[in-house]
Design a protein around this ligand. Structure first.
Ligand code: GDP
Length: 296
């Protein structure tokens, strides 16, 4: 019934052969293997611990149904707990507010923030028929502003003209005003990125947030940065109150650990995943797919 659920956990299937309710001993033996699988998948250690506690609480004493072995039962519990922790339902971007609705895009430089901003704008335009305005607030990196202008043009979405010398807050104010006057539904603000977390950046983005009152604050994080992504998520969420996560470079990540770590640490939904460089390489998040990847 649950065959092929996980190669990594195949040892559990051999070890637990007795029938009846799962004992604490059985479960602890199985959890050693679960822990190893999670660490291999690059899940943050603190998350490995809390996750295995959760599985233990569910599994000990669970009656093993007739059609499966105790080992299969544990693997099934691990899989279901993973899917629950990852968030069992797709969580779309929330636009239910009086337009123009602001979406603040935050994250470290190189995480895929500008690319994701353009991808989401394209999606909202094509699929939901929204009129979207893009604005880059990365005043320190003219190349980043230029990149958003290029991508906006490529996806056919309007981009706020660049005015030299304006601060991020001034640009954000201008974007909101232009959106109001132009009858836009959504304003996507691509905030500045830095290579490391820094207080000046956080203060600037916090000021933009206070001014624009965004309906979504989407943290863009690179799945390949694994455990580092967790620290980034915690810092951004603590300071700015993230509403959702966009996980990028999932196409190159065979392990899936970052998704579980980010979700567990912030409790915020993974709304979309980047699966390539092209403008349509953006997918909804499928928890079961990532669960299978983690358990491989
Ligand atoms: P930013 O500095 O955070 O704005 O990052 P960019 O949007 O400029 O992205 C940096 C690089 O990552 C670019 O070459 C993008 O094409 C690439 N990139 C972004 N998202 C993805 C993704 O989901 N998959 C892959 N393979 N590449 C991506």
């Amino acid at each position: 019934m649950f065959e092929g659920l996980s190669d990594k956990l195949s040892g559990i299937l051999d070890k637990l052969t007795r029938r009846g309710a799962l004992t604490e001993e059985d479960v602890n033996a199985a959890l050693r293997e679960v822990r190893r699988a999670l660490i291999e998948a690059d899940v943050a250690l603190e998350v490995v611990r809390s996750f295995t506690d959760k599985v233990r609480a569910r599994a000990v004493g669970a009656e093993v149904v007739k059609s499966v072995t105790p080992g299969q039962m544990v693997v099934k519990i691990v899989h279901d707990t993973l899917v629950d922790t990852l968030g069992s339902e797709a969580d779309p971007i929330n636009l239910e507010a009086v337009p123009p609705v602001a979406i603040l895009m935050v994250g470290l430089q190189g995480s895929g923030k500008t690319t994701s901003t353009a991808k989401i704008a394209k999606r909202l335009t094509d699929r939901e028929r929204k009129k979207v305005l893009l604005a880059s607030l990365d005043t320190r990196r003219p190349a980043a502003m230029e990149q958003l202008a290029v991508l906006g043009k490529q996806v056919g979405v309007e981009v706020l003209p660049i005015v030299a010398g304006q601060s991020a807050v001034q640009i954000a104010r201008r974007a909101m005003e232009s959106a109001r006057l132009g009858g836009f539904d959504v304003v996507m603000l691509d905030t500045a990125g830095r290579t490391t977390l820094d207080e000046a950046l956080m203060a600037e983005v916090a000021e933009v947030k206070a001014l624009t009152n965004p309906h979504e604050v989407l943290l863009v994080a690179d799945a390949l940065t694994g455990q580092d992504a967790v620290n980034t998520a915690r810092a951004f969420d603590g300071r700015l109150g993230v509403t959702g996560i966009v996980l990028t470079r999932v196409d190159g990540d065979g392990r899936g650990g970052a998704a579980l770590s980010m979700r567990a640490v912030t409790g915020k939904p993974i709304k979309l995943v980047g699966v390539g460089e092209k403008m349509d390489a953006l997918d909804e998040f499928h928890p079961a797919r990532i669960a299978n990847r983690i358990l491989g």
